[in-house]
Design a protein around this ligand. Structure first.
Ligand code: PHE
Length: 348
């Protein structure tokens, strides 16, 4: 053990050169301060050596030992300051040398993009607005009454099976609306004819395959007044087809059944993929089925308190996403719900 000031001097000298070697290798302020603590700190190697020397030294030498240790600590501190200054200077120089090329183009912040369904919805709203239709909305969680009952589908009606329904747990009277037709009921309950509305929005069915999604969008149309006929329905749909797809587009109505319309029809539009010449998508027919329509059933009028002897009306409903698929020639409805902006960005 070091016991004389000379032994201590040798030991401290060794520590000092160790210290200097280590701070040369330290390249961050944090590393430097750690090395300093190991040697010059109050628990550092220098103070430990000092304590050892004091333990065995005669009183006469204690003062010298203290002075010697303090001097070495002071030297270590100076060395630390020197290295820190050099480090900061190097950093400053690096900052100064970092050049900025002000002629480089800025970073473009990509904005979001309207979804194809939104684009098509707006366009449809516009076309119908010019015919005097206003936009109506309803809740997505509907009552059994609005979604079924008032649309002439009582509880045990087989037509309910056409739309595999999501019920709200513990709430037998609430469903996720299976179509936008309940907005017909809400609109008619809110006031007397004349009525001309379209109602776009999400609907839900237990369906899930490449052409069906459990959530999709529909648009509903309803027109009620005195003297409305099936010819008005066909005229409005034809006008729409020509405005939306093009002058050479046509509409075909095929007999069908819906509980809330009588007579009822399936709506076909000229196939958008082949413009009617026949292709794989339309299975060679030149027509694409897009939705349903018909004259409002008097039973529905009874539910909303309209006089069926005085008023008649037509209604139609179709898939909004399907319309966008036709418009933009997209064959997988899943793309609509992935939320990938690279998809949305492609549509003008
Ligand atoms: N609601 C029907 C459906 O979702 C479509 C429809 C609307 C039919 C209006 C007739 C009248 O299948």
């Amino acid at each position: 053990m070091a016991s004389s000031p000379d032994d201590l001097k040798a030991r401290l000298h060794g520590l000092l050169s160790e210290f200097q070697a280590k701070i040369e290798r330290a390249h961050t302020e944090q590393e430097l301060r750690k090395v300093f603590a190991d040697y010059g700190g109050s628990q550092g190697a220098i103070r430990v050596a000092q304590k050892d020397a004091l333990k065995e030294a005669p009183n006469a030498e204690k003062k010298a030992i203290g002075q010697l240790s303090n001097a070495v600590v002071a030297e270590v501190e100076r060395a630390l300051e020197g290295r820190l200054a050099a480090l900061h200077e190097a950093e400053r120089r690096r900052d100064l040398e970092r050049t900025v090329d002000v002629s480089l183009p800025g970073r473009v912040r990509r904005l979001g993009h309207l979804h194809p369904t939104t684009l098509v919805r707006r366009e449809i709203e516009q076309i119908f607005a010019q015919l005097g239709f206003t936009v109506a909305e309803g809740p997505q969680i509907e009552t059994d009454f609005h979604n079924f009952e008032a649309l002439a589908m009582p509880k045990d009606h087989p037509a309910r099976d056409m739309q595999d329904t999501f019920y709200i747990e513990g709430e037998p009277e609430l469903v996720l609306r299976t179509h936008t037709s309940p907005v017909q009921i809400r609109t008619m309950l809110s006031g007397p004819p004349p009525i001309r509305i379209i109602a776009p929005g999400p609907v839900y069915r237990k369906d899930d395959d490449p052409t069906h999604s459990p959530m999709f969008n529909q648009v509903e149309g309803l027109c009620v007044d005195e003297g409305i006929t099936f010819a008005d329905l066909k005229g409005v749909l034809l006008h729409f087809a020509k405005r939306f797809f093009g002058e050479e587009w046509g509409v075909r109505l095929r007999p069908s059944f819906f509980p809330f319309t009588e007579p009822s029809a399936e709506i076909d539009f000229t196939c958008a993929f082949c413009a009617g010449s026949g292709c794989r998508t339309c299975k060679g027919s030149g027509w694409i089925e897009i939705g349903g329509a018909g004259m409002v059933d008097p039973e529905v009028f009874a539910h909303v308190g309209y006089d069926p002897e005085r008023y008649t009306g037509f209604a139609f409903g179709w898939g909004l996403d399907r319309m966008a698929m036709l418009r933009y020639h997209i064959d997988d409805i899943k793309l609509f719900f992935d939320g990938d902006v690279r998809f949305a960005r492609q549509f003008k």
